[in-house]
Design a protein around this ligand. Structure first.
Ligand code: TXA
Ligand code: MG
Length: 335
């Protein structure tokens, strides 16, 4: 299959291109599109054979459910059974990087939810995504648009490199703003629970819902975990080592002495790193938001340069730092 890629100017979006993409979605094809978190690989969520093409293109295990993307409340209601708390949180955080897990509507086929009786839904904060969903008039099932196991894509070229020849179209809207996948909040149990940390934090949510469980405080009984979190993710080929900022240079020297290609990913305020042969500045200064924005591009760069050992700066686990460390700890998990 030939994969078409179109660059879009966000200030002046060419609607004819989005109309072509929407037509493909209505025909049961798969289209990649930008969101504020990462790129999504979309198909009509109500069409099981279209959804099957997503799993095939990504090589995704079929027990890992998808997020359904909507552009208004009516479409959310067609997909999930909303409750008062969900509606309050949608008003506060949508469009934005917050996904809700709620009881599903019967119209959603089992392949979208991997047989669960809940469905994940989100309204992305991106003009191209919202226009695409609006023009198609459909709820759009979309996981991140990477090959399964690779870091999520935060640019059109990341998607194209992974999925060229396997999907009909890529809408290239430039770099994703947030750079990490959405927060997944389970609202199907007694107490709201964060299944995957993201840019919207427990601190952001508490004023609206009181108690919020976070991954560390969850027992297996209390909440069903996001099935996708059990798979190896975000992993470059090399071995990832998470190292405190003050010890980065020391860790580099020790590992470089053992031989092999050693890369360092860190913020640019750490002295002595810029001169190293394989160094990727994750942010100009000590700014975890900017580091989050650049993280997946940095991990993909490690594969491009053939890094065998990858030393990555550890971030304090607060604010977006929790989401960064969640992804990095997965990347660092032994193969
Ligand atoms: O930011 C994002 O969320 C991006 C963009 C494209 O919207 N999407 C994304 O999708 O990251 P994906 O498929 O890569 O991750 C979806 C996560 C997985 O961990 C999956 O297991 C979980 O959400 N999930 C989906 N449906 C669920 C459900 N019914 N119950 C629990 N977890 C669910
Ligand atoms: Mg993913």
């Amino acid at each position: 299959m030939e994969t078409k890629i179109f660059k879009l100017e966000l200030e002046n979006i060419d609607e004819r291109i989005i109309e072509q993409a929407a037509a493909l979605l209505k025909q049961g094809e798969v289209v990649a599109f930008p969101t504020e978190t990462v790129y999504g690989l979309g198909a009509n969520a109500l069409d099981a054979s279209a959804v099957a093409k997503i799993f095939a293109a990504k090589g995704r295990p079929n027990d890992n459910p998808l997020i359904v993307h909507v552009h208004n409340k009516a479409l959310a209601e067609q997909t999930a059974k909303l409750n008062p708390l969900a509606i309050k949180l949608m008003q506060a955080f949508w469009p934005g990087p917050l996904t809700f897990v709620l009881p599903k509507q019967a119209a959603v086929p089992a392949c979208v939810t991997a047989g669960l009786d809940t469905v994940a839904i989100r309204m992305p904060d991106h003009p191209v995504a919202l226009k695409l969903i609006g023009l198609s008039g459909l709820p759009i099932a979309a996981p991140s648009a990477n090959l399964s196991g690779k870091p999520s894509p935060t640019s059109g070229s990341h998607v194209y490199n992974d999925l060229r020849g396997k999907i009909a179209m890529v809408l290239d809207g430039g770099a994703s703003g947030v750079g990490l996948e959405s927060t997944v909040l389970d609202l199907s149990g007694e107490t709201p629970a964060i299944l995957r940390p993201g840019a919207v934090t427990a601190e952001d949510l508490r004023p609206y819902c009181g108690q919020v469980l976070e991954a560390q405080s969850q027992t297996d009984k209390a909440v069903p975990k996001a099935p996708g979190m059990k798979y190896k993710h975000y992993a470059p080929m090399g071995e990832v080592l998470l190292v405190e900022k003050a010890l980065l240079l020391k860790a580099y020297r020790e590992n470089a002495a053992l031989g092999g290609k050693v890369a360092v990913l860190a913020t640019a305020d750490v002295a002595g790193l810029a001169e190293l042969p394989l160094y990727y500045p994750m942010a100009a200064k000590d700014d975890p938001m900017e580091a989050a924005h650049n993280l997946f591009a940095a991990l993909r760069w490690c594969d491009e340069v053939g890094a065998e050992t990858i030393i990555v700066q550890a971030f304090p686990k607060k604010g977006i730092g929790k989401a960064i460390m969640n992804r990095l700890e997965k990347a660092a998990a032994k193969k």
